[in-house]
Design a protein around this ligand. Structure first.
Ligand code: GUN
Length: 300
């Protein structure tokens, strides 16, 4: 049995990050403009804190400005709205990201709705999801965008391929379906009520797992030679590493899938790094559009 190619998201993201940094340097030099990203975090969830710290670090490393707003878990809807509105007005802030999930007293949809769509680098605003659905030029959610960059890199033309996405979230599943459709794939979205998930999976040339259930996709669900993108990040006990230790796994059983797939993303080191670099790219895109600069012309 041949082993699947492991898609190195970390290396690919590093390459793309260098491109972002080069564009930022041109923006500074030729346009006297420094893209700025504001990240808002409520509360002390350790995983969210790590993500947010990582985003801030990479924003600075690519030469952009990073504005971190860490508010208490008890922040009210009115206080958060006031912050979003002030960031909307701030000329140094070109991108705004409010880390999800938000505490239960906050109406998440109302907060996303309050973000200026031009600064919505998450691509979650209804204006941006509407533009994605109708083929317009909005801002595209970062994780699906990262998945598409890897798929295009691996497969080139995807016309006519059968794509299955497991998971129908607004953050990943639904926008990714639109993007795959734009590439002329035949797209199916599976979810918790899907009848025979294993059979749906076996028919897919492109399989994307985004459900948040550790190692749910088994090797015998995968069509031989298929391209597998694992969006899941699940922490499971790892007694072999010592008492109380854990490790990260995806939604796909990686060892089994490697025996069958043509190519597969690992967890960690697959989709995760791509998501952050797409956030940086979206911030540059947002900055260029706000300033009326042709982004494509930055890199010649
Ligand atoms: N929480 C988990 N993923 C994301 C993301 O892509 N954007 C935001 N804002 N919050 C998240």
């Amino acid at each position: 049995m041949t082993q699947a190619k492991i898609i190195d998201g970390k290396a690919f993201a590093a390459e793309l990050r260098a491109g972002v940094a080069a564009d930022v340097a041109v923006l500074k030099e030729k346009h006297d403009l420094t893209p700025g990203l504001a990240v808002v975090l409520l509360g002390d969830d350790p995983a969210s804190q790590i993500y947010v710290r990582n985003k801030g670090k990479q924003t600075l490393e690519t030469g952009m400005r990073s504005f971190a707003h860490h508010l208490p878990e008890s922040t009210s809807q009115a206080e958060l709205l006031a912050l979003v509105e002030s960031l909307n007005r701030d000329g140094e802030v070109h991108g705004i990201l409010v880390q999800l999930p938000l505490p239960e007293q906050i109406d998440e949809a109302a907060i996303i709705d309050a973000i200026d769509p031009a600064k919505d680098v998450d691509g979650f605003h209804v204006i941006n999801s509407g533009l994605l659905a109708t083929g317009g030029a909005g801002l595209v959610p970062c994780t699906p965008l990262g998945c598409m960059l890897m798929l295009r890199h691996e497969l080139g033309d995807m016309s006519g391929k059968k794509a299955l996405i497991i998971g129908r979230s607004n953050i990943v599943g639904k926008p990714l379906a639109q993007l795959l459709l734009n590439e002329n794939c035949t797209v199916t979205i599976a979810h918790s009520r899907t009848g025979d998930l294993a059979a749906e999976s076996r028919a897919a040339d492109i399989l994307v797992a985004a459900v948040g259930r550790a190692e749910m996709v088994r090797g015998d669900w995968i069509k031989p030679g298929a391209t597998v993108i694992d969006v899941g990040i699940n922490r499971i006990p790892a007694p072999e590493k010592g008492e109380g230790k854990t490790r990260l796994v995806g939604d796909v059983n990686f060892a089994e899938a490697c025996e069958v797939a043509g190519a597969i993303t690992p967890v960690p080191g697959g989709v995760g790094p791509m998501t952050i670099v797409c956030l940086l790219r979206n911030t540059v895109t947002a900055c260029c559009r706000q300033a009326g600069i042709d982004e494509a012309a930055l890199h010649g």
